[in-house]
Design a protein around this ligand. Structure first.
Ligand code: CTP
Length: 212
């Protein structure tokens, strides 16, 4: 019964290149997004997974779109967004990219002591500006301090229906972990603690609530 419902999920980090051999990124493993994609497929949804570089196999039955940079992720998400009813943005998108990416490897002696950065577009914010009736848009909030306040601000500023708040300063659930501890917050004021569980169990909890 879910087979005509399209679910679009982003996962993993982005890479922002400085030159052909160096980039800025973050330690996102992609595990949460891949677990969500697998669970969504198991529930019968038609699933597109847009993934930054990770060491994971694409889940069976899921259409995997590999990207590297935030700009590539934005383009791919925008192209797939129109047909999707459920959009879940777990990717740890780099907020900035180097202003310049050198075509040739920068030699050690010529490497600058300062790099200039420009801001990447807020992808989920851009999607929610284009939202159609009936679409559910879910973000993640990776926080290290006052998580509730920051997550609620992001829920509002990015125009989301739900935000999954997690405290990435907690070593046990930080980047790369197999478990997570998520509280789901909705624009209607709900606050639903899903508890400390495997990312597979958290994925089930998220889908149970956003698409009951
Ligand atoms: N996000 C996005 N595009 C960006 C940055 C973030 O779509 N350029 C999405 C993430 O995928 C996540 C949500 O926005 O769903 C919140 O990301 P997070 O990194 O927690 O917050 P930021 O918006 O980057 O804000 P800050 O770094 O100030 O906490």
């Amino acid at each position: 019964m879910n087979k005509n419902i399209k679910c679009l999920i982003s996962a993993g980090p982005t890479r922002e290149w400085i030159d052909p051999v160096r980039f800025i990124s973050n330690p996102s493993s992609g595990k949460m997004g891949y677990a969500l994609a697998e669970e969504a497929f198991n529930r019968g949804f038609s699933v597109d997974l847009v993934s930054g570089p990770v060491h994971l196999e694409g889940p069976q039955g899921v259409r995997l779109h590999k990207v590297e940079t935030a700009i590539e992720m934005e383009k791919t998400m925008l192209a797939l967004f129109q047909d999707a009813q459920i959009i879940i943005m777990t990717a740890a998108v780099c907020d900035h990219r180097p202003r310049e990416c050198w075509e040739e490897k920068r030699k050690k002696a010529e490497f600058p002591t300062h790099l200039e950065f420009v801001e990447n577009k807020d992808i989920v914010g851009a999607l929610s500006e284009r939202r159609k009736t009936g679409q559910k848009i879910v973000g993640f909030a990776a926080e290290t301090e006052t998580p509730l306040q920051h997550a609620l601000e992001k829920l509002e500023a990015k125009g989301l229906d739900w935000i999954a708040m997690n405290d990435v300063s907690d070593k046990e659930i930080g980047f790369g972990s197999d478990i997570n501890d998520v509280t789901l917050l909705s624009r209607r004021g709900e606050s639903i603690p899903l508890g400390r569980k495997s990312k597979q169990e958290i994925a089930k909890g998220i889908l149970d609530h956003i698409w009951p």
